[in-house]
Design a protein around this ligand. Structure first.
Ligand SMILES: [Zn+2]
Length: 99
């Protein structure tokens, strides 16, 4: 049996400047169609409004006779953990971590 010593290290979490940018998209649960990728210069409020406008258009104009009334909102953005002291090398990042 191997013995290890553990200790607590303070860490902070905040936006990752190199991570995924803030993005709001909606997905129709009836057909899987997604709202367009928002422009990177749009703020969170503008992105939410744009995704909600797309939902209304999708329900009322694209499928007026159908029942495309349920949507899932997806909000993505990167977070970065910063340890207060060196805790060793970082893990290899996979390609899917930065869409
Ligand atoms: Zn749909």
């Amino acid at each position: 049996m191997t013995r290890s010593t553990y200790r607590f290290v303070d860490m902070t979490i905040g936006p990752d400047p190199h991570g995924a940018p803030y993005a709001v998209r909606a997905t129709c649960t009836a057909c899987g169609e997604r709202s367009p990728q928002p422009e990177s210069d749009q703020g969170p409020t503008g992105q939410h409004s744009q995704a909600q406008r797309w939902c209304r258009t999708h329900a009322a104009i694209d499928h007026p006779g159908g029942r495309h009334l349920h949507y899932t909102a997806n909000v993505t953005f990167g977070w970065l953990i910063t340890p207060a002291e060196d805790i060793g090398p970082t893990a290899d990042e996979r390609a899917w971590s930065h869409p």
